[in-house]
Design a protein around this ligand. Structure first.
Ligand code: SF4
Ligand code: SF4
Length: 431
């Protein structure tokens, strides 16, 4: 099996200095009926119906969560079609033909500053739920569940680290929309009655640091610190980030809220801003197209539901004649797709297209590199061996579920084994 992490020979960013290109009016958009968090979907519209921007056209559900589905264009529903989701699965999507008239639903309307000042925590929770805000860094965890926590919160930690190689969509967000971040922080501090916010960015993001510092001066009443943390992977992992930015050690499995801390990705903070100020769901997001398989890598501002192929065309298409490896998300944690017929959902940060290289998996030499590199301290090689033997008893004693899917074991493996994939399959086996 070919390992996707092994393809990354050059981890230098190709896009960090490239301003966002706006691509806001695709001919069609596609909205997933289900996703990784919600395995059931209900559609409120039918073929031929006219829909507006921000209109609720369905709902995704699971035993624990539910998320409204909002149209992100105005236009006509053309039915349900199969497309690839960012998880690599072929799912049902609602197809809408964009009339490019940008007609907004009546529910999208601004709140005044006075109205916002009167909002209670319950109001904020309802707003982010109705607007279907989720972890936009890729976690897709429903934001309303975090807002509903009763734990007293002292610190809001904003994750602007974007730690996987090649991704720059959050960097561009911080460089180009710093005021939206500051307003989102203001609302979040108000909701939680928290004392301070800390924005964590990588140490090497000098320009981002300067832009945020300037923006901070425009909000002198907010207690915000900009903290520069390590330039390594997986610095963006919540537990690691809290340790680096706040010097608090959260035991794996414990909730940061029990320690007075709540974390949001920087894109989620902008989503919260738009929900509170404009009563708007997430209609657009930043999206990076990168990798050595793309002619001209770029950063885009796109409408949710845009086909990835539209952007690949805007980038001049694929580079070279070799087969490509197509990864939705970062090269370490993203999902490989078998086709490029994928759709940008609100939690998609990027697509990485790489030239295919034929790596041959060699036998494990018991070097231990995977064990040394694992940030959660489990034993990837032992898990792999137990999985191969289908030894459930052994797997039960190996803390498989602590794996965060970071991909470092695969990256470090001297025998080019996709160790992470064995750990993922072991997780499935014991589920
Ligand atoms: S993918 Fe899982 S097992 Fe592998 S290094 Fe990361 S946390 Fe450890
Ligand atoms: S890094 Fe690869 S070769 Fe080394 S112990 Fe782990 S699985 Fe075996």
């Amino acid at each position: 099996m070919i390992s996707k992490a092994r393809y990354i020979e050059n981890t230098e960013s190709l896009t960090e200095d490239l301003p966002l290109i706006k691509y806001e009016n695709p001919d069609y958009i596609y909205l997933a009926l289900t996703n990784a968090r919600c395995n059931k979907g209900e559609v409120y519209v039918k073929e031929g119906d006219y829909v507006k921007i921000g209109q609720v056209i369905g709902i995704r559900k699971s035993s624990f969560f539910e998320q409204n589905i909002h149209s992100t264009v105005s236009g006509t529903v053309e039915g349900i079609v199969k497309k690839f989701h960012r998880t690599g699965k072929l799912l049902d999507f609602i197809k809408i033909k964009n009339d490019k008239l940008a007609i907004y639903d009546e529910s999208i309307k601004d709140r005044t500053d006075d109205e916002i000042a009167r909002l209670t925590k319950d109001d904020f929770t309802k707003i982010v739920k109705d607007c279907s805000i989720v972890g936009l860094g890729g976690s897709s965890f429903p934001t309303y569940v975090k807002f509903a926590s009763d734990d007293p919160i002292d610190t809001i930690l904003i994750n602007g680290v974007e730690c996987e190689p090649l991704l720059t969509s959050d960097q561009r967000l911080m460089l180009e929309y710093p005021d939206r971040i500051m307003k989102g922080i203001e609302y979040t501090l108000q909701a939680f009655k928290a004392k301070r916010a800390v924005i964590a960015i990588k140490h090497k993001y000098q320009k981002v640091f300067e832009v945020l510092q300037e923006a901070q001066k425009r909000y002198p009443k907010l207690n915000i610190e900009i903290k520069r943390v390590g330039d390594y992977y997986p610095q963006g992992w919540e537990i690691e980030l809290i340790k680096s930015a706040l010097n608090v050690k959260i035991p794996v499995g414990e909730l940061p809220s029990k320690f007075g801390i709540i974390t949001f990705n920087v894109s989620t903070i902008v989503g919260i801003y738009r929900a509170v100020k404009h009563n708007s769901p997430v209609l657009m997001r930043n999206f990076t197209v990168s990798g050595d398989g793309i002619k001209t890598p770029a950063n885009f501002r796109v409408r949710i539901g845009t086909p990835v192929m539209d952007l690949i065309e805007k980038c001049g298409g694929y580079e070279g004649d070799q087969n490509k490896v197509f990864i939705m998300g970062g090269p370490m944690m993203g999902a490989n797709l078998v086709k490029d017929d994928a759709i940008i959902t609100k939690t998609c940060t990027s697509v990485i297209v790489l030239q295919e290289k034929n790596y041959v998996e060699e036998p494990c030499v018991r070097c231990g590199s995977c064990v040394y590199s694992c940030p959660v301290g489990i034993q990837p090689v032992q898990i792999m061996n137990a999985y191969k033997m289908k030894d459930q008893k052994a797997l039960n004693g190996l803390d498989v579920n602590r794996c965060i899917g970071c991909g470092l074991c695969t990256y470090a493996c001297t025998s080019k084994i996709d160790v992470k994939d064995y750990v993922r399959r072991a997780k499935m086996l014991i589920k």
